[in-house]
Design a protein around this ligand. Structure first.
Ligand code: ATP
Ligand code: MG
Length: 465
């Protein structure tokens, strides 16, 4: 790492945990460890002009202004931060009057978005103790401890202990460029440890999404979870079902489209979180030997594309994630006598509506996802004009990519994918030759590799769609 850093390491006895009781919200407050500019490597060059503009305008108006969260954590880890979170003692209304290009958003957690072209800087007001409610500042908790609203303002110390992980509670001051460490985040960065601030079970109950964030940061940063932070996750995983589907959709995108999807997926499986998010996909993975390899292959391809800065679409990823359950339901419908095309349509409809109870998938992704599924039935039909219609379909490319993954995962005998690869690159003469070849062997490939393993009775149309 860098010089002068290790001196901030503390003995385990001094750790934050020791002076935080199990009721984290009421935890006593610590003085920060202040690391002056010359003793840390974070410089203004790491930050965008927009972030600096926001900090300086708040500062010049007499407010406190800090960069906090991922941007400081990532800078300390030698990564270029992508987005910037500002913490201040100015209220959202006060922030709004300072920036014409700003908007107050959120109800559960009110913050201000300050926009500069395509860049958005998130400005949050220091949160205080939920017990100190007054006026329109409210914090509400459900009987189970779920934090329904968190809009009580406080000071920076109170704000720090309401953040999730120690490594996310590092504040960079624009007044003197020092870093304020309230929770031993720096030593946890050095030890590559993810540690929740306060009592882990309480903090997960307050906001179960923190379980997903733990896994996301572990996957992205290659950190390990501190044993106490790790321990309650399996048991508390079902709390994710309390989270609104729209919020989960945003989290899913961050989990799977952050460039470390494969590792993140394995951790979600390991901690029993995946089945809370995609229950039917998890069931299919128990029944179909190719279902999990298919999802891993789709995530690996997404990770590769992100590394190469090529575009990725959630529609493709969701198509692969839910293809297992679609196949199980389609088989059940066909078993009941329905022809393949309506069977696929009914299955798609049911899988989507069941999934929407957990995670909202906007239409702009679910419609192309259905096209990608429909095309799986059209790709083997390689006679006459149909081939050209399929080739020209706007989702052809994604459907072909899914076909290749299905072959690689062992769902299908290989062959059809190669045929389409050749067809796409062929001139007119060669295309005719390829079509004649299909004519000679119309069954072709694209056939299921083996009979599906089935450990239980086929699922009928049980009306949960
Ligand atoms: P990245 O932006 O790289 O995903 P981040 O840590 O900046 O990571 P954000 O979602 O941008 O994550 O949140 C900014 C900061 O707000 C976090 O670093 C953390 O301090 C705090 N925070 C975010 N979500 C929560 C939460 N659910 N509970 C407590 N604190 C949170
Ligand atoms: Mg951030």
């Amino acid at each position: 790492m860098f010089k002068g850093f290790t001196r901030f390491l503390q003995s385990p006895g001094e750790r934050l945990k020791s002076f935080f009781g199990p009721d984290s919200a009421a935890a006593s407050l610590s003085e920060p460890r202040i690391i002056p500019r010359q003793e840390h490597p974070v410089s203004r060059q790491h930050f965008s002009d927009a972030a600096l503009k926001v900090l300086y305008r708040l500062h010049n108006a007499g407010y406190q202004a800090y960069l906090v969260g991922g941007c400081i954590r990532d800078s300390l880890l030698g990564r270029m931060p992508k987005d910037f979170d500002v913490a201040t003692d100015a209220t959202p209304e006060e922030v709004k009057t300072l920036f014409r290009n700003s908007r107050i958003i959120g109800r559960r957690f009110r913050i201000v978005h300050v926009r500069f072209g395509r860049e958005v800087i998130e400005v949050t007001t220091f949160r205080g103790k939920p017990g100190d409610d007054h006026g329109d500042q409210i914090a509400q908790q459900s009987d189970e401890g779920l934090l329904l609203r968190d809009n009580v303002w406080g000071n920076i110390q109170e704000d720090a202990i309401r953040r999730d992980f120690t490594i996310n509670a590092l504040y960079y001051s624009i007044a003197d460029f020092s870093i304020h460490d309230f929770a031993n985040g720096i030593s946890d960065i050095e030890a590559r440890t993810l540690r929740l601030i306060g009592d882990p079970a309480t903090r997960y109950r307050e906001d179960p999404v923190r379980m997903l964030r733990a896994v996301r940061f572990a996957g992205k940063l290659d950190f390990h979870l501190d044993p106490a932070t790790e321990a309650p996750i399996r048991e508390l995983a079902p709390l994710l079902m309390q989270i609104p589907p729209a919020r989960l959709f945003d989290e899913i995108l961050k989990l799977f489209m952050g460039g470390h999807g494969v590792e993140t997926f394995r951790l979600l499986r390991q901690y029993g979180l995946f089945e809370m998010l995609f229950p039917e996909a998890a069931e299919a993975m128990d029944e179909l030997p190719w279902a999990e390899p298919l999802v891993e292959a789709a995530l690996a391809s997404t990770d590769r594309r992100i590394a190469e800065e090529r575009p990725v679409t959630p529609a493709f990823l969701f198509a692969a994630l839910l293809w297992g359950p679609v196949q199980l339901r389609q088989a059940a419908h066909e078993h009941g006598g329905m022809p393949p095309i309506p069977a696929l349509q009914a299955a798609s409809q049911q899988v989507i509506s069941r999934q929407l109870q957990h995670i909202s998938i906007p239409k702009r992704f679910s419609l192309p996802m259905r096209d990608i599924w429909d095309l799986q039935q059209r790709l083997p039909m390689r006679r006459g004009r149909r081939v050209f219609q399929t080739r020209e379909h706007p989702r052809f490319r994604a459907a072909y990519d899914l076909l290749l993954l299905r072959e690689a995962a062992g769902e299908l005998e290989p062959g059809l994918g190669d045929w389409w690869t050749a067809f796409q690159h062929a001139d007119e003469h060669e295309q005719r030759r390829l079509l004649d070849k299909v004519g000679a062997n119309p069954a072709g490939s694209g056939a299921p590799r083996k009979r599906r393993r089935r450990r239980r009775k086929p699922r009928g149309d049980n009306g949960d769609a």
